[in-house]
Design a protein around this ligand. Structure first.
Ligand SMILES: Nc1ncnc2c1ncn2[C@@H]1O[C@H](COP(=O)(O)OP(=O)(O)OP(=O)(O)O)[C@@H](O)[C@H]1O
Length: 242
């Protein structure tokens, strides 16, 4: 057996080094360093305004001014345009979910461009989220928060992206829906997807993720694995202010 076959270390999906980002004159990220191994779920935790969403947007190239290094599947993307980064297989599910109010569920699902043939079919997405099947002809404006979130996740699965960036998918949702989203994330991980998740809900983050980064004032200030986050949960809740 070759050495490569014996090596069980997962490949690196994302490696960020010294990421700085600005909105106009406002300097928001101050040297973020983080790694996301392929096939794992990693969370960014932190208070409001810490820089979590800006980190996700920087990975997709949609923050105008960035410096440092963002390597996606070994490709340096810091100077790449968003459409090129998307073609590498990364997709963002934004905090506002980005559902078109006047389009129905099917139209919202089928709107984004596919980047390859490995995207899920509409049928496969409806199998994953049966609630959406019943709402196929309802406009986006008539969906509940949970249905909108499922549609937003389903939509990026259709594109063929294998690296999913989810910005607060549980925000404002009822506990049963949060549980469904958790099951979906675990299911996607089993299917080999890599997920970077922004979360305020620590218990939820702990139930789905392999590693966690704590972001504060635009920097990574701590890192936890499954075991160390359990041991530090109470202190962390206080640090998150929740
Ligand atoms: N489009 C923008 N223009 C100017 N400043 C922005 C913009 N978006 C975010 N900011 C500022 O950048 C900082 C980081 O915001 P970011 O949204 O990344 O934080 P966050 O950790 O995701 O928190 P939240 O959960 O509140 O979104 C905050 O001070 C925020 O006010």
């Amino acid at each position: 057996m070759s050495e490569a076959a014996l090596d069980q270390t997962p490949a690196t999906m994302l490696s960020i080094r010294g990421l700085n980002a600005w909105y106009g004159e406002s300097h928001v990220l101050h040297g973020i360093d983080l790694e996301v191994p392929e096939g794992q779920v990693v969370t960014l935790l932190g208070r409001n305004g810490a820089g979590k969403s800006t980190t996700l947007k920087s990975i997709l190239g949609i923050v105008p001014k960035r410096t440092g290094s963002i390597s996606l599947m070994g490709v340096e993307t810091i100077a790449q345009k968003p459409f090129r980064i998307a073609r590498l297989g990364a997709a963002l599910c934004p905090e506002d979910r980005g559902i078109y109010a006047t389009l129905n569920v099917r139209e919202n699902l089928e709107l984004p461009t596919r980047i390859n043939d490995s995207g899920l079919s509409t049928e496969q997405i409806l199998d994953l989220f049966p609630n959406l099947r019943e709402r196929l002809h309802s406009p986006g404006s008539k969906l509940s928060g949970g249905e909108q979130q499922m549609l937003a996740i389903g939509r990026i699965l259709r594109t063929g992206a294998r690296f999913l960036l989810l910005d607060e998918p549980t925000e404002g949702l009822a506990p049963t829906i949060v549980e469904q989203i958790g099951n979906t994330i675990r299911n996607l991980k089993e299917q080999g997807y890599t997920i970077l998740l922004v979360e305020q809900n620590l218990r939820f983050a702990m139930s789905v993720a392999d590693h966690h980064y704590l972001v504060d004032h635009g920097q990574v200030v701590d890192r936890f694995d499954r075991q160390s986050i359990e041991q530090n949960a109470d202190a962390l809740l206080a640090r998150l202010g929740v």
